[in-house]
Write a protein that binds this ligand. Structure first.
Ligand code: FES
Ligand SMILES: [Fe+2]
Length: 395
């Protein structure tokens, strides 16, 4: 593309694109539509044993995912009797028993153990037909995704992620101990948070001592790529870089060499970054919508599981250096994220004054792509924009 076309992608924005940032009803309608879109819920490492469960949010609705032997099942976290939340902690272990009147559920979501059922309801538990609302579950590597049911033909998770599936599958596997994770509330709409992850223009002003210390990124040095509804930045100009990465991830030959970041609609961001020497880490971020003006950022970081050739002094000192490296990574990541959150919270304060499309620079092109894909989701399409193949950048 020509760098003289600064508004590329801005046409995806309608004049009232910011309405969901300020209007609770518009936000609620948006979330209703997103409930049937594959959304990251959590990690398989949290469901290692039969009976393990975790709670998550799917388009603002509380849900939980639980392991039953080899199967993962998801349900809305609302009792079929009088709507009490079945899981009141973030994670745990054990059968599904409601804390309000003691109804007990089995792995298909049916209430089968209803106290005094014959006397209270005039029939046996099974005959009452009470059941939980299911959440469809699928996995990609260590990542668990879910969605609520909707009408019409639906894409599988593999189809939804397309070229990104083998990449996320490989990046999500940890080469070390359990990933470290934190959750941080942000007083800004989830889309503002997503947009800043797609914005490669703000580094100098917002992160002057970390990301922006070397000045502006140059569009000619990186590849912007689009696959299905999603997009990526790869710090390489190698032709077909995304397809090659996907193929290498699938056949086990991938070795990290440069920074890349993948934005998976609606709200998942997966990045691969260099952490010194031959070390690379993977950062998994999600901006969980809470209200029109609030979200929660979930972040997890782990060392990637790809083999690496470390010189022997590095190998021998890893028991000492790994914890230090981990602390330094977290300190930098948290600082960058605090700066991003502050910028988003300031944007949120004036969102009610926004009544037109933004002016997008070439380093913000993927924000326009995101808005196009978002418009498709709002229209009820969870399939790819245009074709299912990768759209390469033209810089
Ligand atoms: S609300 Fe769950 S058993 Fe009554
Ligand atoms: Fe940033």
């Amino acid at each position: 593309m020509s760098p003289k076309t600064p508004q590329r992608g801005a046409s995806a924005f309608t004049p009232n694109w910011a309405r969901t940032l300020v209007d609770p009803q518009a936000f609620s309608d948006e979330q209703h539509r997103l409930a049937s879109v594959w959304t990251f819920l959590g990690f398989t490492s949290d469901l290692a044993k039969d009976g393990d469960w975790f709670r998550a949010s799917l388009a603002t609705r509380s849900v939980f995912v639980q392991r039953f032997d080899a199967t993962l099942k998801g349900f809305e976290n609302v009792c079929a009797h009088r709507f009490y939340p079945l899981r009141t902690g973030d994670k745990g272990h054990g059968p599904i028993v409601c804390g309000f009147h003691g109804w007990r559920y089995v792995n298909d979501g049916c209430a089968i153990g209803i106290p005094m059922c014959q006397e209270q309801f005039g029939t046996v538990s099974r005959a009452l037909g009470a059941r939980l609302t299911p959440v469809e579950i699928a996995t990609c590597g260590a990542l668990i995704f879910g969605r609520f049911a909707s009408e019409g033909p639906r894409e599988s998770l593999s189809e939804f992620l397309g070229t990104g599936f083998p990449i996320l599958e490989a990046l999500s596997r940890s080469g070390g101990p359990s990933p470290q994770a934190i959750s941080t509330p942000v007083a800004a709409n989830w889309k503002l948070n997503l947009q800043i992850t797609l914005d490669d223009y703000h580094g100098v002003a917002v992160h002057p001592t970390t990301i922006g210390r070397n000045g502006y990124m140059h569009r000619a040095d990186v590849s912007y790529l689009r696959f299905g509804l999603h997009s990526a930045l790869l710090v390489t100009k190698e032709p077909q870089a995304l397809e090659k990465m996907a193929e290498a991830c699938a056949n086990g030959s991938f070795r990290p060499s440069h920074y890349c970041i993948f934005q998976i609609l609606p709200n998942l961001v997966v990045s691969l970054f260099h952490s010194g020497g031959a070390f690379f880490h993977c950062c998994i971020q999600q901006y969980v919508p809470v209200a029109h003006d609030r979200s929660v950022q979930r972040v997890s970081i782990h060392p990637v599981a790809f083999p690496a050739e470390h010189p022997w002094p590095i190998r021998w000192t890893r028991p000492l250096s790994d914890p230090i490296r981990r602390r330094l990574i977290w300190r930098t990541v948290r600082r960058i994220m605090r700066e991003d959150h502050q910028a988003c919270e300031r944007l949120q304060l004036v969102a009610h004054q926004v009544h037109r499309a933004p002016l997008l620079s070439v380093l913000e092109e993927r924000i326009g792509w995101f808005e196009e894909s978002y418009a498709r989701l709002m229209a009820g399409h969870d399939d790819a924009v245009g074709t299912s193949s990768t759209v390469s950048d033209e810089a």
